[in-house]
Design a protein around this ligand. Structure first.
Ligand SMILES: O=C(O)CCC(=O)C(=O)O
Ligand SMILES: [Fe+2]
Length: 317
């Protein structure tokens, strides 16, 4: 049974390997909870037990701090393969910094990224980053498989996985006493298919909007990930799943470290025929991730949600 955190965000347990055998009754039970959570709130907290051991978490936190302590010029040198909205390194507010590592679930790519900062190697950074990216990716695969199965389109799941791309962003928030604003990240929906977050230190700040419009603080336990539905999943699912509106608010004198695995569907994305019928006519034209990114950038006005996926490719019925 799906639990709820104190403030209404669904909490789903993925920690027991034996309960995750596709087709088993426990798998089907978890799958129901996943769909209920995504259709209801667009996000949930995933408990992952000791999948990432405490020792890796501590190593990650130290290595993360070391990485972000490099001067801005060093971080600016990181280039990404794919065109991203704001470049591999950027900050959207005074409090926020984001540095993206392409293909972080691939150990060779982790090593390459690490060498940019530590030419003599930094085993702690490389190993812990790759371990996290792999575990976050595994969760994404399980959840996307459950989504595809629930909507009767599991035959497309392998293609979905094979055409997925990803990057892992290191997000640091640092608000000193003097900074007036508490905005870490403005209200937005993620522009990709799905996102998996991990809060590396115990400093909360992510707030999500529930269906009834309330803003609630997400307080993931240390050994958990937060799963977020993005705009492209909304298009693909024909609005069955709505992208989750969220923002980050940071209190004074707070530092917060978060890993964000962003998963993208490359090429054209369109709603599968199986999800369309007389009662549910198609609501979006096919979408290309890169074109959507470009359009979002062209229409950006001072943060906030200025251009939605409905503006981009919505069909008025
Ligand atoms: O810091 C967080 O918890 C979420 C960050 C976020 O929403 C984003 O980078 O898109
Ligand atoms: Fe986000």
């Amino acid at each position: 049974m799906c639990k709820e955190s104190e403030n209404g965000i669904p909490v789903i347990d993925f920690s027991k390997e034996e309960e995750l055998k596709p087709g088993s009754s426990s798998w089907l039970g978890i799958r129901e909870d996943v769909i209920r959570a995504l259709e209801g709130t667009g996000c949930f907290i995933a408990l992952v037990g000791d999948k990432v051991p405490q020792e890796i978490r501590s190593t990650m936190l130290e290595a993360f701090k070391e990485l972000m302590d490099f001067p801005r010029e060093a971080k600016m040198k990181v280039k990404s393969k794919n065109k991203k909205t704001l470049g591999a390194y950027h900050n959207t507010t005074q409090i926020h910094e984001s540095l993206a590592m392409d293909d972080a679930a691939d150990a060779v790519e982790c090593q390459k990224f690490s060498n940019l900062f530590w030419p003599n190697g930094n085993e702690n950074f490389t190993r812990s980053s790759n371990e996290y990216a792999t575990q976050m990716m595994n969760l994404d695969w399980i959840v996307t498989r459950m989504i595809f199965e629930s909507y009767g389109v599991d035959k497309y799941h392998d293609t979905h996985i094979n055409t997925n791309t990803h990057h892992m962003s290191f997000l640091k928030y640092d608000r000193s006493e003097e900074i007036e604003t508490d905005v870490g990240v403005f209200i937005h929906t993620d522009k990709n298919f799905t996102t998996v977050l991990h809060q590396v230190n115990d400093s909360h700040g992510l707030e999500v909007q529930t269906k009834n419009g309330d803003w609630v603080l997400c307080q993931p336990p240390p050994s958990s990930f937060t799963f977020i539905a993005g705009d492209i999943l909304q298009v693909w699912s024909n609005d069955k799943i709505q992208a989750c509106k969220h923002r980050v608010t940071i209190s004074k004198d707070t530092r917060r470290f978060v890993l964000a695995l962003f998963l993208f569907k490359s090429g054209k994305c369109q709603t599968p025929q199986e999800l369309i019928d007389e009662e549910h006519p198609v609501r979006y034209k096919p979408i290309y991730q890169s074109e959507y990114f470009a359009a979002v950038m062209n229409n950006a006005i001072n943060g906030g949600i200025s251009y939605t996926v409905k503006d981009h490719c919505g069909i008025t019925v």
